[in-house]
Structures are given as structure tokens and as C-alpha cells.
Design a protein around this ligand. Structure first.
Ligand SMILES: Nc1ncnc2c1ncn2[C@@H]1O[C@H](COP(=O)(O)OP(=O)(O)OP(=O)(O)O)[C@@H](O)[C@H]1O
Length: 243
């Protein structure tokens, strides 16, 4: 379970998050919002990568200050910046992270082989991270987040930049994990995927939670609710850009 209480964050006196109260139970919760709404910032606070200015964050009842190691072993994070070891190959990245999660070398190797197969990364596994395509890098980071089969997953844009086959695999994996009791909070701009997999949708706007709903219950299109909250785009045609 993720428990965020009255969390606020500002950068250079500019408030980005204003008193966020959010409890996420097992299931797939999608965090939506316009560019700059504060989604990645909130995920950084929930991952313990940054501290809130005010408020507190608990993962399964534990705080990062007192229980960093226990939390890390139960938490998988796909950060915005991916967090890869750039000079290591894909397989070396996975082998390096396994022991940090408390996995043995043989457990790590077996799980890495499975995940690389699922994500169609087997052929490229000896490519150095910095030379990988964007999608390969993101799938490697996602495999690293899943390796220890965490109970809580925080995923920043797991579907963006991913090809349709791998995207379907990720949807299936997250669905399975959630059915097995995992708590998943992910950000995305791809509303069609959110519509399919999310059991709950939270929309951030101006640093506050503006909407929090369960799509199947209210039987509404996520896109419709999103545009009602954030505003429908009404683009002006630019003379010089048109024909
Ligand atoms: N380290 C930082 N220093 C200064 N400002 C920051 C920092 N991190 C985020 N911000 C600002 O906080 C606001 C929210 O950024 P954030 O990356 O959380 O948005 P987001 O909702 O994830 O956007 P996107 O959909 O584009 O990924 C933005 O105005 C951004 O410029």
C-alpha cells in the first residue's frame, strides 16, 4: 500500500505539489495530468528519490528515513530518467541490480533471462545501455523494476516509447501482478491503455488531485473525464503552418 499524507513540494518557491493526500491499495492506479502537472515529482517523492517539503510518505506502513532497505526490497521503480548504469550492457544492468534486491546470482540470471525474453531484448542483451534505443532502455529499466517481484510498483510512463508488442506484454504483466495483490501506480498520457488496465484513475492539476475515480464504476470514458477536468483542446490554426 502507498500512503501519501499532505505532501507538498516546491522548486525555487514555485509550488508543484500542494498537500497531496493519496492512499493507493492493490490494483492499477493511473496518475494523469497535463505536462508539468507534477506527476513525476509525486512519483519521485513516493519512491524516496526526493523528500517532500511538508507531509509524509509510507510504503506498506514504513517511512524511507527509518526503513530504507526494507522499502527498497518491496518496491520497484521505473523513474523518469530510467536510472540505468550507462556503461553496462542490458544483461549486466540486470545482474548488477539483483544482489541489491537480495537475489542470488543464479536467481537473478534466471529471472533476467525470462524478462529479456518477454521484452524481446534477448538479442540485444550485450548492447551497452548508452547505445540502446529509447524503447530498449525503457524496457531494461522496467525489467530492473520487476526483477525482485516487488509488492509495490511506481512506474513513470511505462508505455510511452514502447512498441505495440512489448506494450501488450507489459499490460499483461501488470494485470497479472495486480491480480496477485501488487499495488501499482503509473503515469501515462496514453488514455486508451489507461482505459483498459486501470482500476482507478487520479488526475493531477495545478499540484492538487482534481479527480479520483474508478472507471468501471462510473462507466465513463477516461478521455471524456480527462478533458472535462483538464479542458478540451481548441487549437488555433496557424496561417503560416497550414497550407
Ligand atoms: N528539479 C526540479 N527543479 C525545478 N523545477 C522542477 C524540478 N522538477 C520538476 N520541476 C518543475 O515541476 C513541475 C512539474 O514537473 P513534473 O516533471 O513533475 O511534471 P509531469 O506532470 O511529470 O510532466 P510530464 O507529463 O511532462 O512528464 C514543472 O513545472 C517542472 O518544471
Amino acid at each position: 500500500m502507498i500512503d501519501c499524507r499532505a505532501a507538498s513540494k516546491s522548486y525555487a518557491s514555485q509550488p508543484v505539489l500542494r498537500g497531496i493526500d493519496l492512499v493507493v491499495e492493490p490494483g492499477i492506479c493511473a496518475l494523469l495530468g497535463a505536462n508539468g502537472a507534477g506527476k513525476s515529482t509525486l512519483l519521485r517523492l513516493l519512491s524516496g528519490l526526493e523528500e517532500p517539503d511538508d507531509g509524509s510518505v509510507f510504503i506498506d506502513g514504513l517511512g524511507f528515513r527509518d526503513h530504507p532497505v526494507e522499502i527498497r526490497r518491496n518496491l520497484g521503480v521505473l523513474p523518469e530518467g530510467l536510472g540505468l548504469f550507462e556503461s553496462l550492457t542490458i544483461i549486466e544492468n540486470l545482474m548488477a541490480i539483483g544482489p541489491i534486491y537480495g537475489l542470488t546470482k543464479s536467481e537473478t540470471a534466471a529471472r533476467a533471462t525470462n524478462l529479456l525474453g518477454l521484452f524481446e531484448l534477448t538479442q540485444g542483451r550485450h548492447t551497452v545501455a548508452r547505445n540502446c534505443s529509447f524503447g530498449m532502455r525503457k524496457k531494461t529499466a522496467l525489467a530492473m523494476a520487476l526483477l525482485h517481484r516487488p509488492k509495490v510498483l511506481l512506474l513513470d510512463e511505462p508505455f510511452e516509447g514502447i512498441d505495440p508488442s512489448s506494450s501488450a506484454v507489459i499490460e499483461m504483466l501488470l494485470g497479472q501482478l495486480s491480480s496477485d495483490g501488487a499495488t501499482i501506480l503509473l503515469t501515462s498520457h496514453i488514455l486508451s491503455i489507461v482505459q483498459k488496465i486501470a482500476t482507478r484513475v487520479v488526475i493531477l492539476r495545478h499540484g492538487r488531485i482534481e479527480s479520483d475515480f474508478n472507471p468501471p464504476t462510473i462507466n465513463e470514458e477516461v478521455e471524456e473525464v480527462y478533458f472535462n477536468i483538464v479542458g478540451k483542446p481548441q487549437p488555433e490554426v496557424l496561417d503560416w503552418l497550414g497550407s
